[in-house]
Design a protein around this ligand. Structure first.
Ligand code: KIV
Ligand code: ZN
Length: 518
């Protein structure tokens, strides 16, 4: 290992996925994991196998499907968790058990109800057991940043003595500031015996918006692994954003003396895929992957960039994978041109995918003169969703205006049966949602609704995002359409289908448990 290399440990599928509205099914997790491998991360934390049968199966599938990357599974510092995590990852080409226990007095007293002596003992036992199963063991001191430094050093030393190869010191609650977080790594390196034999790791939450800054402070003090997520998703305010840390290392790496092995040109694709799979969009001004991240709006900035990009651009759009060209396709463009453009944008389509995309493209090109690259990507992502469609929109008719009560008639297909119903509402979207409720009998409470244009022009494709509360659980939906009402209905149906699939999976898991116990 070169000393300036910082390993990227991606926890999008574990810490990221466990945050509200970000859940993915097995197929979706596998697609994301494959993209993360293309992105070139060093470790993928695929899940928390003891948490549910679904989590276990997803980790197992990912472990068996990837080749280059190390697949990690999270487990508490107790034998049943560790055993289950190992069962899930044992088939991986490169596997890592990641076990953790809290070390702050706050957690010991209020959560674990354990003494420091007990935590020290559990640490040793857990790491030794994990090492008896797996060659590579990472140990995390949960809430490290609020732990007594003397005790923290004792726990880390016990974990190293028991065989841990990676020591992770999380800022679990996003409370730390860079100088303090960096100092903790400095202290641990000074005081712990055997610390030179392990990789130190940073894991920062973003409650005060400092996750990436804190990760950098850790790296400046010897950490050589950073744990992060695509788009910064994760518990509460999220985790350190992978794209921010990676581009920081790429843009300022020479001065900072660090680099990562990530293929930065795959960043935008990874970000968009995650948004498509979870329905969780990134804000326009999000660093690196937001729609405005490379847009120069002010006249003086535009003028400068046109004269020389270096005036206002610290990194090129191409370096994060933005490949949009100024050439646009239209209704006279053929299948071959479409295939070529997708290839230029970095997407290799199978003949079936190309057929589907071409049909969709023709429908859109009929409605608008020019189809921009952003719209092509949006179409492709929309078509490649893996949510099982229990309800499919067959027809939608709305009647609305300033002087009439908005009315919607919706026809849905479920398996081979067609259902149709009508309703009125405050607006056409509300009316359509009420008609869907009448058909399905499932009530949802809309908690978020957003529409944004994919490119520009009044005829651009609209991207609709919804977050709906079904029985206290939030589900996201996303859809693109040249008509925002149709998009709104499709997005709602996606959230509804996710909710129904999730209920079905829970039902299947419950009966599997009953059968196993019988
Ligand atoms: O934030 C945290 O402390 C964690 C650990 C389980 C690694 O996610
Ligand atoms: Zn975390």
């Amino acid at each position: 290992m070169a000393d300036d290399q910082v390993f990227i440990f991606d926890t999008t599928l574990r810490d990221g996925e466990q945050s509200p509205g970000c859940s993915m099914n097995l197929e979706e997790k596998l697609r994301m994991a494959r993209q993360l491998e293309r992105l070139g991360v060093d470790v993928i934390e695929a899940g928390f196998p003891i948490a549910s049968v679904g989590d276990f199966e997803a980790v197992q599938k990912i472990a068996g499907s990837l080749e280059r990357v190390t697949v990690a599974a999270l487990c508490r510092a107790v034998a049943p968790d560790i055993k289950r995590a190992w069962e899930a990852i044992r088939s991986a080409h490169h596997s890592r058990l990641h076990t953790f226990i809290a070390t702050s007095d706050i957690h010991l007293v209020h959560k674990l109800r354990k003494s420091r002596t007990q935590v020290l003992h559990d640490t040793h036992e857990a790491v030794a057991y994990a090492r008896s199963l797996c060659n590579e063991v990472e140990f995390s001191c949960e809430d490290a940043s609020r732990s007594d430094i003397g005790f923290l050093c004792e726990v880390v030393e016990a974990a190293i003595a028991a065989g841990a190869r990676v020591i992770n010191l999380p800022d679990t609650v996003g409370y730390s500031v860079p100088a303090e977080y960096g100092a903790m790594f400095h202290q641990v390196r000074e005081r712990v015996r055997g610390i030179g034999n392990v990789v130190l790791s940073a894991h920062c939450h973003n409650d005060l918006g400092l996750a990436v800054a804190n990760s950098l402070a850790a790296v400046a003090n010897g950490a050589r692994q950073v744990e992060c997520t695509i788009n910064g998703i994760g518990e509460r305010a999220g985790n350190a954003a992978l794209e921010e840390f990676v581009m920081l290392a790429k843009t300022r790496g020479e001065q900072l003396g660090i680099r990562t092995g990530v293929v930065s040109e795959e960043i935008l694709k990874s970000s968009r895929l995650l948004s498509t799979l979870t329905g969780m969009m990134v804000q326009r001004n999000k660093a690196i992957v937001g729609a405005n991240a490379f847009a120069h709006e002010a006249g003086i900035h535009q003028d400068g960039v046109l004269k020389s990009a270096i005036t206002y651009e610290i990194m090129t759009p191409q370096s994060v994978g933005i490949k949009y060209s100024t050439l646009v396709l239209g209704k006279h463009s053929g299948r071959h041109a479409l295939k070529q453009r997708f290839a230029d944008l970095g997407y290799t389509l199978s003949p079936e995918e190309l057929d589907r995309a071409y049909t969709e493209f023709c429908a859109i090109a009929d409605q608008k003169k020019e189809v921009f690259d952003e719209e092509l990507v949006a179409i492709l992502e929309d078509r490649s969703k893996s949510t099982v469609e229990l309800y499919h929109l067959e027809h939608l008719h709305v009647s609305t205006g300033t002087q009439i009560r908005p009315t919607a008639t919706v026809e849905l297909r479920k398996a081979d049966a067609l259902f149709v119903d009508s309703a009125t509402g405050d607006g056409p979207v509300d009316a359509a949602y009420r008609a869907i409720e009448r058909i399905t009998g499932v009530m949802g409470k809309m908690t978020e609704y957003a529409v944004k244009s994919v490119s520009f022009g009044h005829d651009t494709i609209g991207e609709v995002f919804v977050r709906v509360d079904f029985d206290g659980v939030l589900f996201n939906g996303r859809a693109v359409s040249t008509d925002v009402i149709t998009g709104s209905v499709k997005a709602y149906l996606e959230a509804l289908n996710r909710a129904q699939n999730s209920m079905r999976r829970k039902g299947e898991q419950a009966s599997a448990v009953v059968e196993a116990g019988a």
